[in-house]
Design a protein around this ligand. Structure first.
Ligand SMILES: [Zn+2]
Length: 481
């Protein structure tokens, strides 16, 4: 009787979830709610938006390192450390204000003054220096002076002691020669060298950006299209049309404005900060393959807290960090003994320009002479499916993911990765060294990208569960291939 009941019970129990029965390698132990909990904590006020160098980031890195240790992952650093330090400069914007002074003949002063709202209308670049200045504005197209290509947005305009205003981008997005000139660092330094007080970037929304260098006395900010329309209106231009013209004619369109802006920034710069990559690993069981590591990675950092605004970075990239952490936990708890070692790496400094991942690739732990593959997860929290990038010359990687996806069914499309340029995520640092990579990004929409609105409320535990499972199974298969 009891036996019969037990048998009936077992039959019910084992026949319930049809999908999980077929999941390989214990992938069903990866759970969306567990990922969600990790994400929730990473994106909380406790870690202050995880700005590399800042205590909030360091605390988040230490928390992940503690989990790695608790689960029994091996420390990857040369000194048997989980926290791998690298030098970093960072800046905190304590306070900022901005107003526009639009030419208006009806006003007694000749100007109509408007105070701008932080984040909605303007936001300093997150490496702006302290200053308070009022000056005229000169529009300089893309802000590019490239003598090697024979293109100069600064030709014929005097920007000395003024603010320059420009778009992000280049006259020809297909022309790779412009890539270097499109880096924020290059554009800021150029404006400074031309004598500008600061650079006003025109973005549809003034989103947070720490990707650049602090330059003494230089105050770069972003403004919205709406604000740019007000300034450009003096010359009868509207922002969207002007941008379209620059792209269509591929020639500089630069001109001074009589309108002025006041930019006030109070910031603290830390020239000698320390960032961290967090790295733990599971040993390889095959003595002949134990030098060849598979890296599973995501960036842990985001944009921090500035002017009292917390940029939580839930999608970017607490989601990817939580997915990698969950895969690491499953490897440890399922006692996976891969033939090759598998390293779990959470990078710092991605938002500043892949600083942590580049540093890791250049100073890779000596115990691993060869990196076989790298799998990156960046922004995997919003949406209900995933896109998968793979090194173009390694279609076998795509086939492996396609095969794994027959169990999970979350990949919506694949795209080949060739030349990543200046806008890639951490896998770009590995790809640049010729290491075959995979890259997962959820289908979104990622509409609150780099804003205070990138909170846990838009995150979907089930898509993260699917992506973590596909990453986990793929990692095991690559390690055993
Ligand atoms: Zn990211």
């Amino acid at each position: 009787m009891y036996r019969l009941l037990l048998l009936v019970f077992l039959c019910i129990f084992v026949s319930v979830p049809a999908v999980s029965q077929t999941l390989p390698e214990g992938a069903e132990t990866i759970q969306g709610f567990s990922i969600y909990e990790t994400l929730d904590r990473l994106a909380s006020e406790e870690f202050q938006g995880r700005h590399t160098g800042h205590q909030g980031f360091t605390d988040a890195a230490a928390w992940v390192a503690d989990m790695f240790e608790e689960w029994g992952l091996m420390p990857a650093g040369n000194d048997d450390n989980y926290l791998l330090p690298f030098p970093v400069q960072y800046t905190i914007i304590n306070d900022a204000s901005m107003s526009v002074h639009i030419v208006d003949e009806e006003e007694e002063s000749g100007f109509r003054e408007e105070e701008l709202k932080p984040e909605t209308d303007f936001l300093p670049l997150l490496y702006s220096d302290t200053a308070d200045r009022t000056a005229e504005v000169v529009f300089v197209g893309w802000g590019i002076h490239a003598s090697d290509i024979g293109y100069d947005d600064y030709f014929g305009v005097d920007v000395e002691g003024k603010f320059v205003m420009c778009f992000r981008g280049t006259p020809d997005p297909q022309d790779r020669r412009f890539q270097y000139h499109d880096e924020h660092r290059t554009r800021m330094q150029r404006a400074k060298d031309e004598g500008a007080l600061g650079l006003i970037y025109i973005y549809e929304e003034p989103i947070a950006n720490p990707n650049g260098d602090w330059i003494e006395g230089f105050t770069p900010v972003k403004i919205s299209y709406d604000v740019a329309d007000k300034l450009l209106g003096e010359r009868g231009f509207d922002t969207a049309t002007l941008r379209q013209d620059l792209l269509q004619y591929k020639r500089p369109i630069s001109f001074p404005l009589e309108s002025q802006v006041r930019i006030q920034v109070a910031s603290t710069h830390y020239p000698e900060g320390t960032g961290y990559n967090v790295a733990g690993y599971v040993e390889g069981s095959n003595p002949e393959l134990r030098d060849e590591v598979i890296v599973i990675g995501a960036h842990l950092d985001h944009c921090g807290t500035h002017m009292g605004l917390l940029f939580p970075g839930a999608d970017d990239n607490a989601s990817g960090s939580a997915v990698v952490t969950e895969i690491a936990r499953a490897f440890a708890e399922n006692d996976i003994q891969p033939e090759r070692p598998v390293m779990f790496a959470l990078f710092g400094g991605e938002e500043m320009g892949l600083i942590g991942a580049r540093y890791l690739v250049d100073n890779f732990p000596e115990r691993f002479p060869t990196i076989v593959n790298m799998i990156n997860f960046d922004m995997v929290g919003a949406g209900d499916g995933t896109f998968c990038g793979y090194s173009a010359d390694h279609p076998d990687l795509r086939e492996l993911v396609e095969d794994t996806d027959t169990y999970i069914q979350t990949v919506q499309s694949f795209f080949p990765i060739r030349d990543i340029g200046v806008r890639g995520s951490d896998h770009a640092a590995f790809h640049a060294q010729g290491i075959p990579v995979l890259y997962f990004v959820s289908n979104g929409p990622h509409i609150k990208y780099h804003t205070t609105g990138d909170t846990i409320y838009r995150m979907n535990p089930s898509v993260m569960e699917d992506i973590a499972r596909i990453g986990y199974v793929t990692a095991i298969r690559l390690a055993n291939k």
